[in-house]
Design a protein around this ligand. Structure first.
Ligand SMILES: C[S@@+](CC[C@H](N)C(=O)[O-])C[C@H]1O[C@@H](n2cnc3c(N)ncnc32)[C@H](O)[C@@H]1O
Length: 275
């Protein structure tokens, strides 16, 4: 099966050649301590309590929806929306055994099938990096939020993506090739501005940096081999240079010197009550 390029493929998982690659990627990320920690912190920042109705936008396989459902029981409900019918199908199957108060729907964040003021809380996690016009998506999330409700977004700032290497220029080329493939590579740093433009108040920012010290793990998360291949195909680097660079990274792992880091931001804002 061909390697899926995750940064672009998440825009249209249903159109992908190997959908399992996207399911596996989300399952892997969800198992990593850094991800578990920021996700758990995000539920606390949302001040979830029993009886609330919560929207998880771009829910993927539904892990966050399930964990939030445990916090809004009894009486509450989580709705997970995702553009991919394949993701929604998987998420629904998982809830057949869990039987949590969660409903999964296929839909586009930029045109949500809900009345205004339907949700006490909205959460969106690593989705805005993949979609055009993120401001429109944020405005739509604010529309469906109740007055005084909270919106939380977590997203990456790909301008901070950094791989340790002695081959500085070559590494910069690989970093740029991967980061520029995202629709919104700077969304993490732009979130607070977008929240204020959308009229949200009490905006708070929590930032974190994930660090991976194993090349094979980093390759799974950041598609490093496929990125080198892409850089070769568009003549940014030669094939031998690419091979040497990958060998250097593998050697760095063996020597305990491999490091790739990325900073991301969690931003929370409150919808104002009408004056
Ligand atoms: C990187 S995954 C993150 C999934 C999940 N939020 C998580 O943290 O595991 C991005 C998700 O956004 C979905 N997506 C992309 N564009 C979308 C859109 N316009 N509307 C709804 N979902 C979208 C993809 O199908 C994918 O499931």
């Amino acid at each position: 099966m061909e390697t899926e390029y995750l940064s672009t493929g998440f825009k249209d998982v249903d159109g992908a050649q190997n959908q399992d690659a996207y399911f596996e990627c989300l399952t892997l990320l969800d198992s990593l301590p850094y991800y578990r920690e920021y996700k758990t912190r995000s539920y606390a920042l949302l001040e979830l309590h029993p009886g609330q109705t919560v929207l998880e936008a771009g829910c993927g396989l539904g892990d966050d929806a399930f964990r939030m459902a445990e916090r809004i029981m009894p009486g509450g409900k989580v709705v997970g929306v995702d553009a991919s019918t394949a993701m929604i199908h998987k998420a629904r199957l998982r809830n057949r055994t869990a039987r949590l108060p969660v409903e999964f729907l296929a839909g586009d964040i930029k045109a949500l099938p809900f009345a205004s003021h339907s949700f006490a809380r909205c959460r969106i996690d690593r989705v805005l990096q993949h979609i055009c016009e993120p401001q429109q998506a944020i405005a739509e999330l604010v529309r469906v939020l109740e007055p005084n409700g909270l919106l939380l977004a977590y997203d990456n700032d790909w301008g901070t993506f950094a791989i340790a290497s002695e081959a500085v220029e070559m590494t910069r080329t690989v970093e740029r090739c991967w980061c520029d493939s995202f629709t919104n590579s700077r969304i993490g740093r732009d979130l607070p501005d977008h929240f204020r433009t959308a009229g949200l108040s009490d905006v708070i920012i929590r930032s974190g940096t994930s660090v991976i010290t194993d090349f094979e793990m980093a390759d799974k998360v950041y598609n490093l081999r496929a990125t080198v291949q892409k850089a070769v195909e568009v003549d940014l680097i030669s094939a031998p240079q690419g091979c040497i660079w990958i060998e250097e990274q593998i050697e760095r792992t063996v020597n305990g010197c491999f490091k790739v880091s990325l900073t991301a931001h969690t931003v929370v804002g409150r919808k104002r009550r009408p004056a």
